[in-house]
Design a protein around this ligand. Structure first.
Ligand SMILES: [Zn+2]
Length: 339
C-alpha cells in the first residue's frame, strides 16, 4: 500500500511538472484528488485493510494528499506569476518611442483664393457682407430689374422651394438687402454659394461660388469702376496685368461690360493657356441701373454706383491651372495635397 501511494505521488509530481498552463494543472488535481481520482480510489479500497492497519494507512493517504496539494498550490502560484510577468512585458508602453504625428490639413484652394480676394477689397475699404442662400424671388430677380418674363431668368434657371422662394442664382440679392437698409455710401463685396440648375461637367456645377461687389456714392463714375478692377487684377494676377472692357448687357447695370485680363502666363502674346488670345475673361460689371437704385429707395439723381461679379471657381481654376471644376468638389486628398 505504501509503495502504491509512493507511485501515485511520483506520477502526480511528474504530471504537475509537465503542466505549463493553469487549466492543465486543474486536470491533474481532478485526476488525483477528485471524487473519481486515484487517491480517492485508494481510500475506497481501505475496506480490504485490516482494522489495526487502517489508521496508519489513512494517515499515509492524508499525508500524500497534503503533499500533492502543496505541490499543486506552489506550481499554480508560479504559473500565475509567470503569466502576470508576461502580460506586463507585453503591455508595456515605451514612452521613449517617437509619437505618431496627427495628419494636419490645409485650406481648400477655393478658400485660399477667397481669402486673397477678400483681403484685396478690405484693403481698399470694402466691407464683406453675407446673406441667405435660400432667397425670395423678389431679391434674386425682381429687385435686380429682372421681372417675371425676362429672358435673363432662363439663363439663371434655379431650384425653387415654391413660387416665391428659391436657391439664389447670384449673390446680388445681398446687395439689394444692403441698399434697402438705406445707409450710404456703400462699399461692399458679397462672397457666397450660389445655385443654378446646370448639369455637372468640367466647367459647370449646380452649386458654385460668386463674389459680387458694389460701390454707391455721390459722383461715382465708370472711371472708378475701371480703376478698381485694374487694381484688383494687378493684385491678384501680378503687377504687369492689363484689363480690357468689352460692352455687354446685364439687366441690373447700364452700361455693362465684360472684363478680360491679359494672360498672366504669356503676358498677352498668346499661348495654350489663353487659347492664343492673349486675354482671359474673368468677370462682368457695369454701372448700377438707375431703376435698381430707385427700387431700393436710392435717388439715382443724387447717387450713382458700380457693381461687378466674379466666379470664385473661375479664378481658382485659372490661378492653379486646374482644367476641371469637378476636382474642386470631389475632396480627393491626393488632389488637394498638391496645393
Ligand atoms: Zn497666354
Amino acid at each position: 500500500m505504501k509503495e502504491k501511494l509512493e507511485q501515485i505521488k511520483e506520477e502526480a509530481f511528474k504530471q504537475i511538472a509537465e503542466s505549463k498552463e493553469l487549466s492543465k494543472l486543474n486536470d491533474v488535481r481532478v485526476n488525483f484528488l477528485g471524487k473519481k481520482g486515484e487517491l480517492t480510489a485508494v481510500l475506497k479500497g481501505m475496506k480490504n485493510v485490516s482494522a489495526e492497519d487502517r489508521p496508519k494507512i489513512g494517515q499515509l493517504v492524508n499525508e500524500t494528499r497534503s503533499i500533492i496539494e502543496t505541490k499543486l498550490e506552489e506550481t499554480k502560484k508560479a504559473l500565475e506569476e509567470a503569466e502576470l510577468e508576461l502580460r506586463l512585458k507585453r503591455e508595456t508602453i515605451d514612452v521613449t518611442l517617437p509619437a505618431s504625428k496627427p495628419i494636419t490639413g490645409h485650406a481648400h484652394p477655393n478658400q485660399v483664393v477667397l481669402e486673397e480676394v477678400e483681403d484685396i477689397f478690405r484693403s481698399m475699404g470694402y466691407e464683406v457682407c453675407d446673406g441667405p442662400e435660400i432667397e425670395y424671388d423678389y431679391y434674386n430677380f425682381e429687385a435686380l430689374n429682372i421681372p417675371a418674363n425676362h429672358p435673363a431668368k432662363d439663363e439663371q434657371d434655379t431650384f425653387y422651394i415654391n413660387k416665391d422662394i428659391l436657391l439664389r442664382t447670384q449673390t446680388s440679392p445681398v446687395q439689394v438687402r444692403v441698399m434697402e437698409k438705406g445707409k450710404l455710401p456703400i462699399k461692399m463685396i458679397a462672397p457666397g454659394r450660389v445655385f443654378r440648375s446646370d448639369e455637372v461637367d468640367a466647367t459647370h456645377s449646380p452649386s458654385f461660388h460668386q463674389i459680387e461687389g458694389m460701390v454707391i456714392d455721390k459722383g461715382i463714375t465708370f472711371a472708378d469702376l475701371k480703376g478698381t478692377l485694374l487694381e484688383f487684377s494687378k493684385r491678384l494676377f501680378g503687377p504687369e496685368t492689363k484689363i480690357k472692357l468689352r460692352p455687354h448687357h446685364f439687366p441690373f447695370t447700364e452700361p455693362s461690360a465684360e472684363v478680360d485680363v491679359s494672360c498672366f502666363k504669356c503676358g498677352g502674346k498668346g499661348c495654350r493657356f489663353c487659347k492664343g488670345e492673349g486675354w482671359i475673361e474673368i468677370l462682368g460689371c457695369g454701372m448700377v441701373h438707375p431703376r435698381v437704385l430707385e427700387m431700393s429707395g436710392i435717388d439715382p439723381e443724387e447717387y450713382s454706383g458700380f457693381a461687378f461679379g466674379v466666379g470664385l471657381e473661375r479664378i481658382t481654376l485659372l490661378k492653379y491651372e486646374i482644367d476641371d471644376m469637378r476636382l474642386l468638389y470631389e475632396n480627393d486628398i491626393r488632389f488637394l495635397n498638391q496645393f
